[in-house]
Design a protein. Sequence first.
Lengths: 332, 451
Amino acid sequence: MFGFLKKSPAEPDSPLNVAAAEAPAPAQAQTLSWRDRLKAGLARTRANFGGKLKTVFSRGKVDDELLEDLETLLLTSDVGMEATRHLLHELGTRAKHGRLETPEAIQQALADALYELLQPLEKALDVHTHRPFIIMIAGVNGAGKTTSIGKLAKYFQAQGKSVLLAAGDTFRAAAREQLQIWGERNGVTVIAQESGDPAAVIFDAVAAAKARGIDIVLADTAGRLPTQLNLMEEIAKVRRVIQKADPSGPHETLLVLDANIGQNALQQVKAFDRAIEVSGLVLTKLDGTAKGGIVAAIARQCPKPIRFIGVGEGIDDLRPFDARDFVGALFE
Amino acid sequence: MLDNLTQRLARVMKTLRGEARLTEDNIADALREVRLALLEADVALPAVKEFIAAVKQRAVGEEVIGSLTPGQSLIGVVHRELTKIMGEAHSGLNLATQPPAVILMAGLQGAGKTTTVGKLAKLLRETQKKKVLVVSCDVYRPAAIAQLKTVAAQAGADFFPSIADDKPADIAAGAVDWARRHYYDVLLVDTAGRLAIDGAMMREIAELHAALKPIETLFVVDAMLGQDAVNTAKAFSETLPLTGIILTKLDGDARGGAALSVRHVTGRPIKYAGVGEKLSGLEPFHPERMASRILGMGDVLSLIEDAKKGIDEQKAVEFAKKLKSGKGFDLNDFKEQIGQMRKMGGLSSLMDKLPAQFAQAAGQMQAGAEEKAVGRLEGIINSMTPAERTKPELIKASRKRRIATGAGVQVQEVNRLLNQFEQTQKMMKQFAKGGIAKMMRGMKGMLPGMR
Ligand SMILES: Nc1nc2c(ncn2[C@@H]2O[C@H](COP(=O)(O)OP(=O)(O)OP(=O)(O)O)[C@@H](O)[C@H]2O)c(=O)[nH]1
Ligand SMILES: Nc1nc2c(ncn2[C@@H]2O[C@H](COP(=O)(O)OP(=O)(O)OP(=O)(O)O)[C@@H](O)[C@H]2O)c(=O)[nH]1
Ligand SMILES: [Mg+2]
Ligand SMILES: [Mg+2]
């Protein structure tokens, strides 16, 4: 345990019961700017986090009790023990060096510490290095893989790229039909097979993309949990087959994480990284989660660039990750 | 990897050796550890607070009995309380109404609603011989209706067609009418995933509920959810009079603290647990196993139950007897046990039931390697004589050489097997004495190929 938290008083009273109803409905989001939209999406995060922070900060001095409260607060935001310890340590160090006498100064110091932690994860995906640029998408069940592919197709097409989708989820009921609908919405080809082997479908898709001079291949895969060792082996095989189809590929291996998930997200990053060498993350459902804190834990323990965030179920609800916006929206 | 609570407590409780009673003072540090362990397991803070208060009240004054350390005593209290909060023993679905009994599903996006409809349909058909109709009111997610249609066919249930241009309320009304006229016992209604803060969508499901008057309104929750589970559960239970919870994706390695959060907020029973993508992957919920899991103690009990499920009745009785007495467990049983592991889908399906540390160690094993190791073990036992199998102490150097040659392995491997057998035997005895924690320590020996 860290020294300045030695004395452990009774549970601090943190007003966690910020009413859920106050947050605006994301329904009319269509006309808002991306930042407004993320803000709308993060409104509850803000209400919760900011709300709690205000009570914490109104005390105005960095002492043990304040740090204890902050610890609680970070933990309840899914930041996790290790990253929480780090952030508090940072805050403690800053308190020693500078004058953190006002609540605003403390808030700024914590925001800065969080920003410094997250900033290195802000690395845009460069899809110009290869053609076709093969992107493989993986993740646990229901994380938002297929939906993210639908959004990515739109995103890349808007940048003038040609896109092809590969229906590599040959397992889940109607997974292929779901991707086909996203293909129709985007007006792009979906390579699929009646049944069978995900690796074979994706191999075909890469060949088709080469033949047609397509810029980007997005390969969907079935959801799987890291405990399903046979399925983890299967996805490793998919990766190997892509390599066979194109020795330089896959050029990006995206792991899709649901922002609602707690500490298990760390295990997911580690396990998928072992199996398929994850090169980037997509963090979905940020329009709904109250706390995006798991990102801080990931930054500490298994850092991977966060390429995109998902902020809704619509085709436009995808954005590149921006650490400053993210922290800003969290602390506003 | 997360520390398990036993280790954490061992650290803070070291100073307490020799104290005969748990007091508010001597458990303060330990309770802080419990609190952190629960937070790390994703139990939401309000639920943690209430729980800690309850444990404190129960623990203070408790005598430290016999050979137990104060830490072990406290774990006992913690485990007991947690089990209690998880709910009473399994409660099934309530279908006692004028048919059709309508069951409405609700939950966040991707929680597992559609899959669970298929699982419940299969369960009701196969175990209760019900005539089941399913319908999708999800007009939003691409191919959601097609997904339910496929799942219904897999479950052998009838599917009431709907199209994405229909209104959910109209679809529901049509399905109820159809179910009534065709004498269905049960109508399962799938709905779109929705966020608790999405006012329009929450109103939609409230209206669906009002029109359907379901006897069961099930909240489907992903076991991997983090701290926000309380807020979500709160919003859903304020919008809908929930009657039960289904916890999905428990086949993963999440500690599943969300179970406690959701129980805390809704007070509703967790009726079933989803443990796989296949439609057979649904189990009654076991409060006591969930408590062990959240505390990082591994799902030891369900492992034992799985082992029992694989063997036939007669053998189960014998096995249970042996387990109880700790006596007479011989190499034949050991081989039997190895065979069971195979039947149960290989080691990988056992892994998630083991404490996190073991599972992690095992995860680093080559995939497939464990199966091979199991095969070799069986081979070795096969080259023993019946006498050697019932009396392993007979097996001395020359016999070992013969067995090794027969099985085509090195003598060391025979030794290793005998060691593993002995450990397992010891574990059985410990289990008979009632020590779960002791048994867990012995667990490692039960897994061939694991060092
Ligand atoms: N609110 C919200 N919902 C999302 C987001 N991304 C995906 N979803 C929803 O989450 C659910 C699951 O999404 P899918 O794209 O099917 O997830 P998947 O990872 O492909 O799922 P499997 O293939 O079954 O493993 C759907 O209802 C999506 O509409 C997001 O950013 N915000
Ligand atoms: N491993 C595992 N996967 C599950 C379980 N239950 C559901 N799934 C998977 O989780 C993913 C999402 O399940 P769905 O049934 O589509 O979830 P949903 O709640 O209907 O999703 P939406 O309709 O998009 O809100 C699918 O890939 C399912 O196969 C479970 O208990 N274990
Ligand atoms: Mg999918
Ligand atoms: Mg569904």
